[in-house]
Design a protein around this ligand. Structure first.
Ligand code: EPZ
Length: 419
């Protein structure tokens, strides 16, 4: 099993390009089920989760071709199966995103019930309740979600109990082909939700209000399909900026969108970073200084993103002062603190809050990744630790970070993958 070996002590310097957003590409790939015509999707990141979603579409009869520009041409015009099998869904929970579009276009969808993961139980009750409000019949049988609709789904007025990104995306896709208008209240406002809405509109749908907490979808009978380019990955962007801040470095990230991570940039400035932004680039300079500790509380967008919490916890571990980090979205997303403490961090947990007292340097150690963003925090910790850190189970990292060691090497990090 691959590991990442990191020898700390270098301040990151230089520039890298940001890849397409994993959490936008996944629902957009699922949205290809909405049309019988081929679609072309650009700026798709080369990640394990993307491969899994492509495999899932393929196993149902979708035809996926990578063209000369490394863009994906997907044709889901003639599926031979309406089932998303356990073998694939168990490796990637986001497979649940095929439920809404499949049901909307075919009137039937069987998706293996997605289990929880290291960060929490990850229920999908709000996805299912919304589909039932649109007239679907939903049963759970033999570990599968079996959904059917008698004719087209019907437009409905749906108030989401909890802000859910995947729930909003699934219901938005289902509503795209429904008979009538659907209003989703208390909708997620994440940029990836807006990106999906823009994609549905580019392919012939009619989604209004994405990015606000009320989204209106006027169902259409057919979507002609077309081309769409996925937005840049704001979490990958934030991860490299935090790594630079933790190491006292100076980096520029390109092909990104500064407007999608304002809460993160404000926290980095609070940590002492000088930040300059252009239309599609961000420059961060610590002037060789140690970061100052910051306190944060995760929240739905535009609040501080839960997907950046672990990275800031790692930065706080070597910052000046004490930072309080509160995780409000997932019940078990502070697990990386135990591994950080094994590297000499001083972190104590009180419920969903980690109190992080910064130390000058961490100490390299063998550590184990538990989920995607926790893995990133261990890489950041390795960059600011004396000696070598060996991060095991880095398949978690490969799910969400394209060529992480190459990009970190480009920034001067002493990091390599060992088999
Ligand atoms: C998406 O997950 C992202 N994944 C996650 O990124 C991200 O952390 C999360 O949104 C929050 O921003 C993708 O987009 C593929 P949620 P999702 O539904 O949609 C509760 C990463 O690291 N909930 O917004 O699964 C749920 O328990 C990943 O890239 C219900 O109660 O998250 C949680 O407490 C990790 N019932 C809260 O909502 C439901 O039916 C937010 O979850 C659905 C969700």
């Amino acid at each position: 099993m691959d590991k990442l070996q990191i020898t700390g002590g270098e301040a990151l310097k230089g520039s890298i390009r940001i890849s397409g957003a994993k959490n936008s590409a996944l629902p957009i790939l699922a949205a290809s089920l909405l049309t019988e015509n081929p679609v072309t999707i650009g700026n798709i990141p080369h990640l394990h989760d993307i491969t899994t979603m492509v495999e899932l579409l393929g196993c149902m009869g979708g035809n996926v071709v990578v063209d000369e520009k490394l863009e994906l041409e997907i044709d889901c015009g003639s599926l031979h199966s309406r089932t998303a099998p356990y073998e694939l869904v168990k490796t990637m929970r986001a497979s649940i995103l095929v439920l809404g579009p499949m049901l909307a276009r075919h009137g039937v969808a069987n998706v293996s019930f997605p289990g929880g993961c290291a960060i929490g139980s990850r229920p999908v009750d709000l996805h299912l309740r919304g589909l039932e409000q649109m007239g679907a019949k939903v049963q759970i049988e033999d570990g599968y979600i079996k959904a059917t609709s008698d004719g087209r789904l019907k437009g409905a007025h749906i108030l989401m109990d909890t802000v859910t990104v995947g729930g909003t995306e699934n219901l938005m896709m289902a509503a795209a082909l429904a008979d009538g208008t659907t209003i989703i209240e208390n909708a997620a406002r994440e940029p990836e939700v807006t990106d999906l809405a823009n994609c549905i509109n580019a392919w012939g749908g009619d989604v209004q209000g994405a990015g606000t907490d009320t989204i209106t979808i006027n169902g259409v009978e057919k979507m002609p399909g077309g081309y769409f380019r996925v937005m840049p990955d704001r979490i990958e962007t934030g991860t490299y900026l935090v790594a630079a801040a933790a190491t006292g470095g100076s980096v520029t990230v390109k092909d990104t969108d500064p407007s999608t991570l304002e809460a993160v940039l404000l926290k980095l400035e609070e940590a002492g970073a000088d930040i300059t932004c252009g239309e599609d680039w961000i420059e961060l300079d610590m002037h060789g200084k140690r970061p100052k500790a910051v306190s944060l509380k995760t929240a739905p967008y535009p609040g501080f993103p839960t997907d950046m919490q672990a990275q800031f916890t790692a930065m706080n571990a070597v910052a000046e002062g004490v930072g309080m980090v509160t995780e409000t979205i997932f019940e078990n997303r502070l697990i990386q603190t135990h591994e950080l403490n094994r590297m000499g961090a001083k972190i104590s947990l009180e419920g969903h809050t980690a109190m992080v007292t910064g130390v000058e340097r961490l100490k390299g150690a063998p550590v184990m990744a538990s989920d995607l963003r926790a893995s990133a925090s261990l890489v950041i910790a390795g960059l600011v630790a004396d000696g070598a850190t060996l991060v095991d189970r880095i398949y978690h990292i490969d799910r969400g970070y394209e060529c992480i060691e190459e990009k970190m090497q480009q920034l001067g990090a002493n990091i390599r993958r060992i088999g």
